[in-house]
Structure formats: structure tokens, C-alpha cells
Design a protein around this ligand. Structure first.
Ligand SMILES: Cc1cc2nc3c(=O)[nH]c(=O)nc-3n(C[C@H](O)[C@H](O)[C@H](O)COP(=O)(O)OP(=O)(O)OC[C@H]3O[C@@H](n4cnc5c(N)ncnc54)[C@H](O)[C@@H]3O)c2cc1C
Length: 390
């Protein structure tokens, strides 16, 4: 994605560079890792550069986000606000920009970016994962409010979230995709109960969430009544892109592989081939993520996002397996089995044993690899769809 010496800079890029340098110049002293700083970053349009002006962006091409990230990182800008609120930043915010009422956008996006308000995604249920349109959690209108009852599952970081983006059934009498509405739910409201679920890493990153007669104001509805499936599609497409680019952009994995090889006591030709293969895959994924970003325009992520997410998930499982094998028999000893609910969902883990265990979930979260192959087959390649009994 680098700009060649002789390539002309686009007007978008010049505008972005000017905004960054002006912002950094006005914040030349003081900490670059606090709420006031991140708030100013949002106001300067450097939170999500593709968002409209006033909503944390500059309205420039999404591919320029990487340019902004690189420059801000080099200037020492801390990204712990984003790490603490990955779901809010990468998955919920793009849906709010497209579907939420302007008053909600104005109220919620800034504290979301500063991570004063963290978010979780209340989509999956015990009977609705891959078949998400089967959600059974109900929302029944009662005056100015909706009364929500049901159970969600696998809700990452619900224990730390202030808000949840909820899909609920508001009309059971119409075909399933048309009877769903999206809401933002106050995770501290009466009737919301969060129970941790343990993962194979030892951590309880995700949870069950029980919703019992939770009152949600109609003003917290996202999109029109019955339009929740459109909100879900925007959210899921952005989730794939975000997860895909998050993992494929990391250089630590490539560095970790090389360091692991240098220290490896059980080197073999076979292992060397696998390290080279994994290293090459990581490089290819970086280019794929760059191409994916270049193709996107603000607010629109197509079914092609499934390609990046699928490649990332399958590759990350292979890469972390090589990382583990480089440790030889030491790879079997998992020394840091910490049993707790973490404060951040860390997908870019450096420790090889934990990275190996956490990567197994990559092909489930954000849509399983089987489902993504269906999406690619049907919606990208135009192949006949699989039988749908319902
Ligand atoms: C680490 C992690 C974090 C998560 N975080 C969240 C979160 O924050 N919020 C949230 O809402 N959800 C979250 N999820 C849930 C995730 O989205 C679901 O696990 C996923 O969509 C699969 O649903 P399921 O678990 O119900 O599996 P199922 O849908 O029951 O699928 C079981 C198996 O059958 C296969 N399968 C199902 N249908 C088909 C088909 N039509 N064709 C081929 N194969 C099929 C699947 O690929 C899978 O292998 C998380 C999951 C994980 C692992």
C-alpha cells in the first residue's frame, strides 16, 4: 500500500496528511493516551477517517485508515482505547454510522472511541448462531419502551460493556428475516445478567447474557422496526473485515516466527519449510487486507469481506501451530493458565502457546469458515445456493 516516490498523492490523502499534522502540532505536549487526547483525535476526524465529518472522520477513502494508523503510531499515539473496545470500534461503530438516528450517532460515537463506553454484540443465541435470523429473544412494544426477554451466548466482553447491540424479534408473524429489530441495550439496566463462559485459553472472554423484562426506550432503536436484518448484515460484514485486517496486519506474528526459528532446538528441513510457508502466508494476508480496504467505500462492505476473514482464520491456525512446534516439547507446557475475565479481548497474542489455543476460535467467531465458504460461493461467485428447508 506504500506510495511510490513518483506517484501523485490523491486529494483525500493530502487532506488526511494535513489533518494529522495539524492535530499532532496542536497536541505536541502532554500525554497521548488519555480520554481527553482520544476525544480530540475524534474531533479532528482521525478516529475512523472514512466516517463523515463530525462523526469521527474526514469522509476520505477507508484505505487511508492504514496511513493514519501508521503515522499516529509513529508519533507515539497510544491505541489502548481501541484495544479495550475492539467490538465497539471495529464492529458496532460502522453499523451506527449507517443505521442509527443522528442523535444517537452524536451521543454515542465519541465515548465509544475514547472507550469511556465499551460495547458488546448481543447477536448469537443457543439456537441462533450460523442461522442468525432465527433469533428468538423477543422485544414487545410497551408505550415508549420495548420489553426484552431472552438469552444471548458467546457475548465477548459483555462483562466490561456499557452498551450492547441487540438483535431481537419484534414480529414473529412474518418471515424470519423481516421480523427482527436492532436496539442498543444498557448493560447496567435492571434485568440484564452476565455470566462468564470459560475458553480453552483459561480466560472467560465471552459470556452468556440473560435478558429478563429489560426495558429499552424506543429512542434506543437502531434503524426502523423490522429492519434489524439490515443492521445485522452491515455489522457482520464489518466484523469480518475488522477481524480479518486486525490479524493479517500484525507484524509481531512474522517477527515471532523468525525469533522462534532462531531459538529452536529441534530444527529440521520440514520445520524450516513450514516456517517459510507461514511467513509467506502472513505477507500475502497483509496484501489481501490492503486490497480489501482499497475496494471498500465508507459504510459499504460487500460479501468479499468473507474472503479475508476466511483466509485469516485458516491461516492463523496454521501459523500459530508452527509457532507452537518451534518450542518442541516445551510447547506442551502451558505455564500461564490464568482463569479470569480479561479487561481486553486480545486477538494478537505473542505468547505461542496461548496464541495457538486462542486461534482455534478464529474460524468460529465472526462467522464460521463453513458459512463463509457458503457466502463466497453464493454471493461472490454466484454459484447456486444450498437448499434452505425453511
Ligand atoms: C471466541 C468467540 C467470540 C464470539 N463472540 C461473539 C459475540 O461477541 N457476539 C455474538 O453474538 N456471537 C459471538 N460469537 C458466536 C459466533 O458468532 C458463533 O459461534 C458462530 O456464528 C457459530 O454459531 P454456533 O456457535 O451457534 O454454531 P452453529 O451455527 O450451531 O454451527 C455448528 C457447526 O455447523 C456448521 N454449520 C452450520 N450451518 C451450516 C451450513 N448451512 N453449512 C455448512 N456448515 C454449517 C458450522 O460451520 C459449525 O461448524 C463468538 C464465538 C467465538 C468462538
Amino acid at each position: 500500500m506504500g506510495l511510490g516516490e513518483h506517484e501523485a498523492k490523491s486529494p483525500d490523502r493530502m487532506r488526511l496528511e494535513h489533518a494529522i499534522e495539524t492535530f499532532l502540532a496542536t497536541r505536541s505536549s502532554g500525554t497521548r493516551s488519555d480520554v481527553a487526547f482520544w476525544g480530540a483525535q475524534f474531533d479532528a476526524g482521525l478516529a475512523w477517517v472514512a466516517h463523515p465529518i463530525g462523526l469521527g472522520g474526514l469522509g476520505v477513502s477507508p484505505e487511508l485508515q492504514a496511513v493514519a494508523d501508521e503515522r499516529l503510531l509513529a508519533a507515539g499515539v497510544d491505541r489502548s482505547n481501541i484495544r479495550r473496545n475492539q467490538i465497539g470500534y471495529g464492529i458496532v461503530a460502522p453499523a451506527l454510522v449507517v443505521h442509527a438516528a443522528s442523535v444517537l450517532q452524536a451521543q454515542r460515537l465519541r465515548p465509544l472511541f475514547t472507550s469511556e463506553e465499551r460495547w458488546c454484540q448481543l447477536f448469537s443465541e443457543p439456537g441462533a448462531g450460523s442461522d442468525l435470523a432465527a433469533v428468538a429473544t423477543s422485544a414487545v412494544r410497551d408505550g415508549d419502551c420495548w420489553v426484552v426477554n431472552g438469552q444471548k451466548v458467546w457475548t465477548s466482553m459483555a462483562h466490561a460493556a456499557r452498551w450492547g447491540l441487540l438483535l431481537a424479534r419484534t414480529d414473529p408473524s412474518v418471515p424470519k428475516h423481516r421480523g427482527i429489530t436492532a436496539f442498543m441495550v444498557d448493560m447496567h439496566a435492571a434485568g440484564v445478567e452476565v455470566r462468564p463462559l470459560r475458553q480453552m485459553t483459561g480466560e472467560a472472554e465471552f459470556n452468556e447474557v440473560f435478558l429478563t423484562s429489560v426495558r429499552v426506550p424506543d429512542g434506543h432503536r437502531i434503524g426502523a422496526v423490522g429492519d434489524g436484518w439490515a443492521v445485522a448484515k452491515t455489522t457482520l460484514a464489518n466484523e469480518r473485515t475488522y477481524l480479518g485486517s486486525l490479524l493479517s496486519a500484525r507484524t509481531t506474528a512474522a517477527d515471532g516466527l523468525l525469533a522462534g526459528w532462531r531459538e529452536c532446538e529441534a530444527r529440521s528441513d520440514v520445520l524450516r519449510d513450514r516456517v517459510v510457508q507461514a511467513y509467506t502466508e502472513l505477507q500475502l494476508l497483509r496484501w489481501l487486507a490492503g486490497r480489501d480496504a482499497a475496494r471498500r467505500t465508507s459504510g459499504s462492505v460487500g460479501p468479499e469481506s468473507a474472503v479475508l476473514k476466511l483466509m485469516m482464520a485458516e491461516s492463523n491456525k496454521r501459523v500459530t501451530e508452527v509457532g507452537l512446534d518451534l518450542l518442541g516439547s516445551d510447547g506442551m507446557i502451558y505455564g500461564s493458565y490464568v482463569i479470569d475475565a480479561p479487561d481486553e479481548a486480545d486477538l494478537t497474542i505473542a505468547e505461542p502457546r496461548k496464541a495457538f489455543l486462542r486461534a482455534r476460535a478464529n474460524s468460529l467467531e465472526g462467522g464460521t469458515s463453513e458459512i463463509l465458504r457458503n457466502v463466497i460461493g453464493e454471493r461472490v461467485l454466484g454459484l447456486p445456493s444450498e437448499p434452505r428447508p425453511q
